[in-house]
Design a protein around this ligand. Structure first.
Ligand code: HEC
Ligand code: HEC
Length: 196
């Protein structure tokens, strides 16, 4: 390895690829976010499901998902309103702030994980055997709320959330498959509700 490659690798290891955010600024503009994402069990009113856990989520994926609400590939009135006026730098600052609130939880999966384990095999290449995704651009699913996973898998299947990769994955899933997969990922330790 040349000095230059070594240096580049070090920078990448410290800052993570692409996302260089300002934690302090993220804290300031992220204040309102915590009114939903910082409260354990906080629910979306209609349809009713718990707001996704952002603690431990990949920073790159957080930026991509905020861009999705801004670009209209994801639909949700509150989140579209939040993201509409954000710059990419705002999104990176917010992602850095969430990343500063703690590491992914580790431990053993709950017993319910046995259900859906087989169905999750086809997902493992991108979301990891245990739901911890190997790429910072793909979401970690371990520890995510079960009802949010159900809601979002149905959104892919029904075309309310558009992503070519996930649309192809979700098109053949029955409601039962979706329940089993959601239980599988929710039963693994990983994501958490962050606290300020
Ligand atoms: C009123 C409650 C509320 C507020 C305030 C709010 N969110 Fe959300 N957020 C939600 C809900 C509900 C969803 C799931 C929407 C969906 O189904 O796509 C969501 C989704 C997200 C996602 C996607 C997560 C994933 O796993 O794909 C990100 C990232 C996010 N919010 C970040 C933020 C940030 C940053 C702020 C502040 C600027 C914020 N949210 C403010 C309720 C809220
Ligand atoms: C080829 C890679 C790939 C495979 C295989 C794959 N996914 Fe995904 N998955 C993605 C990507 C990329 C996204 C983010 C797409 C977006 O921005 O909406 C995603 C998003 C998701 C989300 C939304 C997470 C969130 O926080 O909102 C869920 C749930 C999910 N996948 C479940 C699954 C399940 C269950 C399977 C197997 C049946 C699967 N995925 C297979 C790449 C993949």
């Amino acid at each position: 390895m040349s000095m230059r490659t070594l240096f580049a690798a070090l920078i990448l290891a410290i800052s993570g690829p692409a996302v260089a955010g300002d934690v302090q600024r993220g804290l300031e503009i992220g204040y309102t976010c915590m009114g939903c994402h910082g409260i354990e069990g906080q629910r979306n009113a209609f349809p009713s499901f718990r707001v996704p856990r952002l603690g431990g989520q990949h920073a790159e994926y957080i930026v991509l998902s905020l861009q999705g609400y801004r670009n209209g590939t994801r639909q949700h009135p509150t989140m579209e309103a939040q993201a509409a006026t954000m710059t990419d730098q705002d999104m990176r600052d917010l992602a850095a702030y969430f990343a500063s609130l703690g590491e992914l939880r580790t431990g053993r999966p709950g017993r319910a994980a046995a259900r859906g384990a087989e169905k999750a095999q086809v997902c493992a290449a991108c979301h990891g055997q245990d739901g911890v995704s190997p790429s910072p651009m793909w979401p970690t699913l371990a520890g995510q709320h079960r009802d949010y996973l159900v809601e979002t898998l149905k959104a892919y299947r029904d075309g309310r959330r558009t992503d070519p990769v996930m649309a192809a994955q979700a098109v053949g899933l029955s409601d039962r498959d979706i329940q089993d997969l959601a239980i599988f990922y929710a039963s693994h330790p990983g994501l958490f509700t962050p606290r300020r």
